[in-house]
Ligand binder design. Sequence first.
Ligand code: ATP
Ligand code: MG
Length: 368
Amino acid sequence: MFVEHLQLKNFRNYQDLNLHFDHQINIFQGDNAQGKTNILEAIYVLALAKSHRTSKEKELVQWGQSFSVIKGTIQTRRNSLKLEMQLTSKGKKAKINQLEQRKLSDYIGAFNVIMFAPEDLTLVKGSPQYRRKFLDVEIGQVSPSYLYHLSQYQKIIQQRNNLLKDFTKNEKNKLELLEIWDQQLVEYGSKVISKRLYFLRHLEKWAKEIHAGITDQNEELSILYKPSFPLELGNIDVQDMSDQFTLRLQKIRKQELFRGTSLIGPHRDDLYFSINQIDVQSFGSQGQQRTTALSLKLAEIELIHDEIGEYPVLLLDDVLSELDQKRQTQLIQTIENKVQTMITTTSTEGININTLKRSSIFYVEQGL
Ligand code: ATP
Ligand code: MG
């Protein structure tokens, strides 16, 4: 799939912008703070109904304005879609072919993007929340049911935490309520975990292959799911997992009451990356961490293709010129002739000359 046309109204530093894109490679070149990332961000919001860099919608609306609109025409193999996101301080509206989608989970997934930005290094190095966010965003793109189960799970966690927080001893009615939350926690939590495991099995297969391509086969990348409670991860089914989850909750009940918060479940799980069995997060070099993050991103491109039969649009924010020739070549091999790619950069120096030859270049200056 590819974005054919993008129209912005009051989005960040763009008052009115109309762009037609090349179906393959588009390069946005300009000095710092001119609005290059803002274009990629707009495309990201159009696909995922939220920004990759802020959770506050208000920040996306141009200063002094009350609303912002992003419109895009997306060509998929089957049809042409008109997508629209409206953002105001009160909330957001999402439309597909002029029809408002009441649930965002019905909107997300119509158009798929993968963003790779310098911050993505935090995927390997940063705290577990980045890795959970990575899982949630990427799985959510291809599985509306995952998004639904996850949002249910998050609501339950919030309610359950409120209950645990002001729990005083021997309140029978509260204990009964906690048991109800426990059942639901286990039900939705197990669905979330099992979907993550399924996704990771596929992701790992691709990531290994891509990683081997970058590193001449001598470094083997592995990805493990690290659950927050002891869980046999082999060929586990949802029922088994629910049973183990329930047992564990009973065991830690006292601890949870004492701490006043939910201590186990997918909101506390993590990922573990290793190269030749060595933990990349703790012992990997900068280069190994970078290669791991790149392999994961490129693996996602293939995974989305496996799941939906189309390649997503790739958004590369300030990363291409940072990659050495070998990594650039691997990246270009992955996207060549199949993945529409948007690249931002302050200079084309250090970018593989073949990429430049086959691309449209947009010069970005103060929102123009
Ligand atoms: P760099 O090369 O440093 O990454 P960039 O070209 O990617 O720069 P962006 O992050 O796209 O820059 O845009 C930053 C510009 O957008 C800044 O000039 C900032 O003041 C402006 N900006 C950000 N938010 C808003 C907003 N809500 N309204 C108006 N302008 C905004
Ligand atoms: Mg930028």
